[in-house]
Design a protein around this ligand. Sequence first.
Ligand SMILES: [Zn+2]
Length: 246
Amino acid sequence: MTLTLDRKRNRNPVKTQRIEQRYALQLRKVAQQVGSIVQPFTPGDMSQVPTIEHLLNAYSDMLKGWATQTASNMLMDVALRDEAAWQTMAKELSRGLREEIRNAPTGRVMQALLAEQVTLIQSIPLEASQRVHRLTLAGIEDSTRFQEIQKAILETESVTASRATLIARTETARTASVLTQARAESIGCTHAIWHTSHDGAVRKSHREMDGKVFALDKPPRLSDGTETFPGQIFNCRCWMEPIIDG
Ligand SMILES: [Zn+2]
């Protein structure tokens, strides 16, 4: 028996779109702050770079509490969705199994996910800092590219915002996938079916996996050489359908 809520439409039963949007909105606030830190400085002036780096590093340190809170909210929201999806999917299962699903030990997985989220959020200003440093240096080494590089430095906020959006998208899907997997393994599932989001943006190597069964103990190796579970690599919206009873 497999667990699918919405088999006809073949959609991910763990609905995280709203959660992802909210998380992205929050993380883009970090990008805005990064933009306002960098903005007063003269792009391309190496003498100002240590100050920019200092400010962005300090901002990253300061972010820890906020990042923990923001990431916890995202994780809790996804965990609730995951549990609700399992409860709906598991309607046909025995009461004992439903009880096991509810009591799945997801605490350790949640702790690990939270720590990873905090590191990622704190990395947003740090990456921006490294980027400004790198670009400024490149502008000094090659004066013919100075204007182009100045322009790139002025784009710090939008580049950072794109990264924030990518993190939110990737991490919300990854959280859902990791939690589904943890719950599946806790009730003895050993295999699951790979599903894609069935739209034009699916990677070829993921499309090839659509409908295929894979083992949960090791991420499958895809045709492009990557090893990943569905939904657990950047920009992936694939999801897994755990198989119960072999
Ligand atoms: Zn995918």
